[in-house]
Design a protein around this ligand. Structure first.
Ligand code: PLP
Length: 388
């Protein structure tokens, strides 16, 4: 089976080498070992990591953070569960609020995170064509509606599944909306800036108290360490620490301790910019060129402009079978992808054909396998058209 369905990061030798070195240094230091495995951290997260991150972000970006602005979670996935249910769902005054996703498609991992039903409200994007076989989603601000029932706005930047990067201007407009309605703008930077920088276009790192910036060490190469980072106004961090205490007692120290030297020296930024980003950019370029060659001009196909993350979002307008059927046919041929229809949480079922015409294809793994998988996808799509 060619595995192109998951979100596992690639294995980057230079990054893994750094982790090995740091682990070795920790392992031979008795005091460090005690901290690494023998102590419960406070529910806000490992103190020395938070302090190093506060200093580094203030020095680089002048955000004026205090350690009270940062909490760690066991993976950023856990942070989204906490944040969505803190700001969305049932309020004490009897009202119920939703989380606004201003640009569908969005991350599949949000879909079932609500304790209350129908937590999300999503908005269809504008579609613009950027090349013969390339398109890009943009936020349709005419359709984005923030109301008294909106608890928070959330975007992933870069977006999983599309590889779209919400522009600085779009982000600024979303922030204006959030501020005007006094709700937080949650920015999911799992692939983004300042690290791990799986970004192939410019995107300015941005934070102020209106924003809840969620970062992660996973895509840097530490998915197993389960370390999420939330940067937000103090009352939000205080509440998150309380939820952490209830759910987990303490967060894990492992990721924080492995990454701390990289954060303290600022190396996490150069590693992201000079090693992680080019690794994925190269993979993306090879994947696009392989797929373009395999598809040729045979039928209508588009790829979303790959601006970041580790996915190609393929669109086959008018394909006679749904993306779910295409997924099943590809699985039967030994290629695992994800049908695009899963990535529209919160979008009412309005018969929009587009949501059943897309596939998410992960290109983070072995290049030859990725190329093989892309050739099979192209062949299957052509076969479907030939049968029609
Ligand atoms: N956000 C996005 C957009 C993701 O794609 C993922 C994982 O793939 C996450 C958040 C959660 O990552 P983690 O819990 O490993 O930090």
């Amino acid at each position: 089976m060619v595995m192109m369905g998951g979100g596992n990061p690639g294995h980057i030798p230079q990054v893994q080498e750094r982790f090995s070195e740091i682990l070795h240094e920790l392992a031979i230091d008795q005091a460090a070992v005690r901290r690494l495995v023998g102590i419960y951290d406070p529910p806000q997260g490992e103190k020395q990591f938070i302090s190093a991150l506060t200093d580094m972000l203030n020095q680089e970006y002048g955000w004026g953070l205090k350690p009270e602005n940062i909490a760690l979670t066991n993976g950023s996935q856990a942070a989204f569960f906490m944040l969505f249910n803190m700001f969305g769902g049932d309020y004490g005054d009897g009202s119920r609020k939703h989380i606004l996703l201003p640009m569908a498609p969005e991350y599949i991992g949000y879909a079932d995170a609500g304790i209350a039903p129908e937590l999300f409200k999503a908005v269809r994007p504008d579609i613009t064509f950027t090349d013969a076989h390339e398109f890009k989603y943009r936020v349709d601000f005419d359709a984005v509606e923030v109301t008294a029932e909106t608890g928070a706005i959330c975007v992933s930047r870069p977006t999983n599944p599309t590889g779209n990067v919400v522009t600085d201007e779009e982000l600024a407009r979303l922030e204006v909306l959030a501020r005007a309605h006094d709700v937080p703008l949650i920015v999911d930077g799992a692939y983004g800036t300042p690290f791990p920088s799986l970004l192939f276009v410019d995107a300015t790192p941005h934070w102020n108290e209106q924003i809840v910036l969620c970062l992660s060490l996973s895509k840097l190469g530490l998915p197993a360490a389960r370390t999420g980072i939330v940067i937000a106004a103090e009352p939000i961090i205080e509440a998150l620490a309380s939820v952490n205490a209830i759910m987990n007692l303490a967060t894990g120290s492992f990721g924080a301790m492995v990454a701390e030297p990289l954060v303290r020296s600022g190396e996490i930024l150069s590693l992201s910019r000079d090693v992680v980003c080019p690794f994925y950019k190269g993979k993306m370029e090879r994947a696009v060129s392989e797929f373009s060659a395999a598809m040729g001009e045979h039928c209508r196909w588009y790829v979303h402009k790959p601006e970041g993350a580790m996915f190609l979002w393929l669109w086959f307008p008018g394909l006679p079978v749904s993306s779910l059927e295409l997924y099943q046919r590809l699985k039967a041929r030994g290629v695992l992808v994800v049908s695009g229809h899963y990535f529209f949480p919160g979008l009412p079922d309005d018969g929009w054909r587009h949501r059943n015409e897309c596939l998410r294809v992960t290109y983070s793994q072995d290049d030859e396998q990725v190329a093989k998988g892309l050739r099979i996808i192209a062949d299957e799509v052509k076969t479907i058209w030939a049968e029609a």
